[in-house]
Ligand binder design. Sequence first.
Ligand SMILES: Cc1cc2nc3c(=O)[nH]c(=O)nc-3n(C[C@H](O)[C@H](O)[C@H](O)COP(=O)(O)O)c2cc1C
Length: 591
Amino acid sequence: MKINDSEKTARDPQGKARLSLQCNSIGEDTTTIRSLDWDRSRFDIEFGLRNGTTYNSFLIQGQKNALIDTSHQKFKADWLNELKKQIDPLLINYLIVSHTEPDHSGLIGDLLELNPNIEIHASKVAIKFLENQLHRSFKSQAVKSGDYLNLGTNKSTGIEHNIEFISAPNLHWPDTIFSFDHGTNILYTCDAFGMHYCSNDMYDLYPKNIESDFRFYYDCLMGPNSRSVIQALKRIGKLPSIETIAVGHGPILKNHLSLWLENYQKWSTQNNKGSKYVAVCYISQYGFCDQLSQAIAHGIGKAETQVQLVDIQGSDLQELSALIGEANAVVIPTWPSEPDADLQRSIGTILAALKKSQWVGAYDAYGKSDEPIDVVVNQLQSLGQKEAFQPLRVKKTPDGNIFQQFEEAGTDLGQILNRKENIIAIKNLDGELTKAMGRISGGLYVITASQKDGENKRRSAMIASWVSQASFEPPGLTVAVAKDRAIEALMQVGDRFVVNILKENNYQPLLRQFLKRFPPGADRFQGVEYFEDLAKGGPVLSDALAFLGCQVKQRLETSDHWIIYAVVEEGKVSDAEAKTAVHHRKVGSNY
Ligand SMILES: Cc1cc2nc3c(=O)[nH]c(=O)nc-3n(C[C@H](O)[C@H](O)[C@H](O)COP(=O)(O)O)c2cc1C
């Protein structure tokens, strides 16, 4: 039954961002209110959102009524109006809070103003967070795996809505809980299985349109918690057949459920292959700690190294000690200069669990009362650990460049841990085969990419020879980009980049420049002559023989590279007589 499909456009105060609401039935007695944020360009970590996002909330009407999650504050007036159209707020008995991230919990206070009797069902940690967030008293019930909330039977449909809770910590917040309605077989997962994708399509009609956003979201938010993903998949595997996954971001999943579930299983299992892992500690709801830790974790994951995000406050001390003690490297944030007793105990546990053989890195959380990072670093140094990377200092509100720096520091750390294994793996390759592969030759190119991030520009570059024309019409090419390349983050579907074609007899200085070992976040273009705006996707090097401006259309995953297929939108040759630099190799086990 279709209830209502309103398409209202509410301009923000500057008249820029497009916000709208979509309200629809997704099952018997079940309605979604989707807040469509068409132009949101920044979310967590380095997310350069290409397709906006949505915040989905759900209303289930049995004998009693429950709402699952609210919306972002920016939708306040419209969302509350839409909710009132669907139900008198005084008739809402329960609010199920999947987790307390502000984009889903931003209107809880406003909802309680309308009906202070609503009882909140959430994980124990979430209720604790809400007590700090809401500054008001509210009725609550802490729930965990195996607990139920029975809404009773809807009189008109005769369906009983019995909600089962499933703990899913760290997906992606420590306080996350899933809910499963046995009346409709709808599983509510909020961040898990979501994607930042805004469109009028309610459902996952065309996987081709959304799979790259689904993957990117997984890599950024779920990949660093792949152990927790596997746990959650086991738990939901025990449920009766799931018909719909009602996610908190993006289209509701209904038409290709096995594809989405199998992908999560596959990607999480792949991530669990190696035995080495980095414990990236963070303090939830403190400064920018959560997002900054995710950027580091995402960078570590790019280097095919396992990572475990560790919520310092939410973990019990024994578990914390084991997670730190067994890690190969540990990343620690600055903490409040006057931590409460619980936090103090947790920090003490971490410091006591550290071992000399471990690599350790420190980063600023950019909270209001951070302990200076030097104090943290000194404490770590006095314990005799190896420094994983230079302390990551943050002196202003983190922007895209800072997230890029954190991600690159994570990748460098992952590479350090994997170095030995990679060398052994290369040595074990079949000699004759690699010699034969080495007879494949290519040209020499510098790939450049830049993206606007508010006032700033994020940009990167790399030397490439695995570039090949891939189509005539439209003109297209592929570039094979190693998964742990810094520039990879700027080459998602829809992004633009530039292929600078190097000139025979005049490529050495550029090769030297771009093959330097750059510290995380360094400007790779320092000392190089280039045209900033000649092409759309990135700098054009003055010494290039030609350039091609490209837009990414598809990404194909191999074991260690992304094959990026891009359509060439523009191009120019600077010297009609010169030839392209050619790269000959001896073995195929190197570029
Ligand atoms: C001749 C040559 C060709 C290369 N071609 C590629 C390539 O096609 N794809 C790739 O991912 N890396 C390639 N590399 C490696 C990267 O250019 C290089 O390691 C990179 O600039 C380091 O950047 P990073 O800090 O992002 O890892 C090549 C290196 C050389 C020396």
